[in-house]
Ligand binder design. Structure first.
Ligand code: KG4
Ligand code: ZN
Length: 329
């Protein structure tokens, strides 16, 4: 079954064609980063307008790259939430229209669930249960994936999301937007042991807190204006990764999970990937690391999650709307 996936929840306009939840025929992502960079973050109204302009050509390219005509799509899956309401509505309206015109099922997909399926898409033999560390610009969740569509949230952030912390710290350090890739790059030239930043709630359950760390970075730079930016970035990144990996590892041990899986934009981080891999080797766990392009927002993961949803629940009703605050469970 060929599923066309559509993703417009934030600042990426994406479309993809995926066969049976794992064979990616095409995955097109049109990023709006250049439009938002001058504002230092995503401007919702600009995002919505850019989606309107880009979506039709992006879908057309996904079909061409997949080598199929529009009469060969068997279902249309789209992110219905969580995300920016105006941005979501563009994708949802387009997906419903295409499903109606082509007379194929419409499938509503939760963006967080789509991120969880990114690893499964590349490794369909992934053995469940696994603990998934979902770290993006809007979310930080530690999830036990017990089966398809069966999730238990073990922990989440009580303030900033991990990606948000990267973006805010990068902005403060003058490294531009988005901050994650910028910090990742400059940290390679810095000393991660230069500054011992706090690890909030390290020994305390599965929840996370990153706003204190952000303040600690700001205070450190104010007090030590001569500090090397690369050292600050590397030390900040080290603190974030330390907390994320420590808690994910503990969760895997406590739940008897067979493996640890990364998902979401921050999962593209080099040090996080390296540390998670080391932890899995040390603990005898399987590591599932989606390729970097599958970690950040894309529509292939939406098409994959949509295929599983369609098999489990059938098509979604066409009167189903976008929900900016949609939860995983
Ligand atoms: O999943 P995603 O593409 O969009 C959301 O659903 O939020 O995640 C975007 C987030 C941004 O905060 C970005 O700075 C972060 O992922 N990110 C990274 C890296 N690449 C992207 N954070 C750390 N290291 C990276 N290499
Ligand atoms: Zn995302």
């Amino acid at each position: 079954m060929r599923v066309l996936g559509i993703e417009t929840s934030c600042d990426e306009t994406a479309a993809a064609v995926v066969v049976d939840g794992h064979q990616v025929l095409s995955s097109v992502v049109s990023s709006q980063i250049d439009l938002h960079a001058r504002y230092g973050g995503v401007v919702p109204e600009i995002a919505s307008r850019a989606h309107v302009e880009s979506l039709t050509p992006v879908v057309a390219r996904a079909l061409v790259e997949a080598g199929i005509g529009d009469d060969h799509v068997d279902a249309v899956a789209v992110t219905v939430g969580p995300g920016l309401i105006g941005a979501l509505l563009v994708g949802v309206s387009a997906a419903k229209t295409l499903a109606l015109v082509w007379d194929v099922p419409f499938v509503a997909v939760n963006h967080l669930e789509a991120h969880l399926y990114a690893a499964l898409l590349e490794d369909p033999n992934l053995e469940l249960p696994v603990v998934v560390l979902l770290v993006s610009g809007g979310h930080t969740l530690l999830v036990l994936m017990e089966g398809h569509g069966r999730y238990r949230i073990l922990g989440s952030t009580i303030d900033d999301a991990a990606g948000e912390a990267f973006d805010k710290v990068a902005r403060w350090l003058g490294l531009g937007y988005p901050g994650g890739p910028a910090i990742d790059a400059i940290a390679m030239e810095g000393d991660a042991a230069a500054i011992r930043f706090p690890r909030a709630m390290l020994d305390d359950g599965y929840d996370f807190s990153f706003s204190g760390l952000k303040t600690a970075v700001v205070n450190h730079v104010r007090r030590n204006p001569e500090a090397h930016t690369a050292d600050v970035a590397a030390s900040f990144q080290e603190a974030v990764v330390d907390v994320l990996v420590t808690k994910a590892r503990r969760a895997a041990a406590a739940t008897g999970a067979r493996g640890l899986c990364l998902a979401g934009g921050v999962a593209a981080n080099s040090v996080l990937r390296e540390r998670l891999l080391d932890a899995c080797v040390a603990d005898g766990l399987r590591a599932f690391l989606p390729s970097r392009s599958m970690c950040t927002d894309n529509a292939a993961m939406v098409a994959a999650a949509g295929w599983y949803r369609l098999n489990a629940d059938g098509p979604s009703p066409l009167d189903m709307g976008a929900d900016p605050n949609l939860r995983l469970v």
